[in-house]
Design a protein around this ligand. Structure first.
Ligand code: PEP
Ligand code: MN
Length: 340
């Protein structure tokens, strides 16, 4: 980090800034110019509040040279992380397909979808039990009962399960859940992230609706700073001026996040597109960009789905897409030496 001081800084204020930084274990290397002095800060500056420094009377500007995230940073962990989820793993060269309905609706529905996506090559079953809906009048999910039905589908098929947590108070219900999803709307629920940092389960962290890469990585950092290193990042489309699609899938997120971080990166083409016809091309694009996996909504009866039917694939469409994706993955996956 570099701190540029204003001309003729007040000596008392400067001494107190220097001792405050030194007390944090930071070495200071000043460069004194004719008009300006620059302080080069060497050491772990991740705990320094850049806005606070900027607000000081004697400070002209502050520039960060190193990213503020440490645990998630590829610089300190060059090898790709491989995250174990039940009997499978995400990252490290395989293409993980997570599939299932937007919401768990009934025992028949979740078991039938689980069986068909497994037969097509999915290795993790998704299904929402707690649903973050824009309207309070929309279906809110089967909650605890939804998790019970997901467990039945897991027993029936052997597929590990991933489902979304919306609040810390729900955590006790997640004992038998293999991977906990943090949805886009909760990406910056820092208290929830801190709690998940203490949990011994992998976390699927979705990008917020208008979050930058750095904000997503700082949210991963919250979980990792608590000791839970098992985080998978998910690009799920961001808000743009376009209204034709539900969101805009940011395909650049894949190579950029893989360059900046060692964590696996997966893509959700369903919430990006909002339209089932776009799910296959967007999936192909994500895998061609080097994604470690995809999370795709699949429903046995999309017309009657209680949530996100228009973006859900039928099991047959998922089956043919899955075959194509493996071929693209073999050619396009980016290993840790190629991340740029
Ligand atoms: C979901 O995956 O069910 C979901 C609600 O996704 P997102 O948080 O990305 O909107
Ligand atoms: Mn959905």
């Amino acid at each position: 980090m570099v701190v540029i001081l204003k001309e003729n800084p007040n000596k008392t204020q400067l001494d107190s800034l220097v001792s405050w930084l030194q007390a944090k274990g930071i070495e200071i290397h000043p460069t004194v110019g004719v008009h300006q002095t620059i302080l080069g800060l060497v050491g772990d500056t991740s705990s320094i509040d850049i806005d606070l420094l900027n607000a000081l009377d004697i400070v002209e500007d502050v520039k960060r040279i190193q990213e503020p995230y440490k645990n998630a940073n590829r610089k300190f962990h060059p090898q790709d992380s491989v995250i174990k989820v039940g009997n499978t793993a995400i990252g490290g060269g395989s293409l993980t397909l997570i599939a299932g309905p937007c919401s768990v609706e009934s025992e028949d529905q979740i078991i039938s979808v689980a069986k068909s996506v497994k037969a097509s090559g999915a290795t993790i079953l998704r299904g929402g039990a707690f649903k973050p809906r824009t309207s309070p009048y929309s279906f809110q999910g089967l909650r605890g009962e939804g998790i019970r039905l997901l467990k039945l589908a897991k027993e029936e098929t052997g597929l590990p399960i991933v489902t979304e947590i919306m609040d810390a108070s729900q955590l006790d219900l997640f004992d038998d859940v293999d991977m906990i999803q943090v949805g886009a709307r909760n990406m910056q629920n820092f208290e929830l992230l801190k709690l998940l940092g203490t949990v011994d389960k992998p976390i699927l962290l979705k990008r917020g609706l208008s979050a930058t890469y750095e904000e997503l990585l700082m949210s991963a950092e919250y979980i990792m700073a608590g000791g839970n290193m098992n985080v998978v990042l998910c690009e799920r489309g961001i808000r743009t001026f376009e209204t034709y699609t539900r969101n805009t899938m940011d395909v650049s997120a894949v190579p950029v996040l893989k360059k900046l971080s060692h964590l696996p990166v997966i893509v959700d083409p369903s919430h990006s597109a909002g339209r089932s016809a776009l799910v296959a091309p967007l999936s192909c694009a994500a895998v061609a960009a080097g994604a470690d996996g995809l999370i795709i909504e699949v429903h046995n009866d999309p017309e009657h789905a209680l949530c996100d039917g228009p973006q859900s694939l039928r099991p047959e469409a998922f089956e043919s897409l899955a075959k194509k994706l493996q071929i693209i993955h073999e050619t396009c996956w980016i290993n840790e030496e190629e991340v740029g």
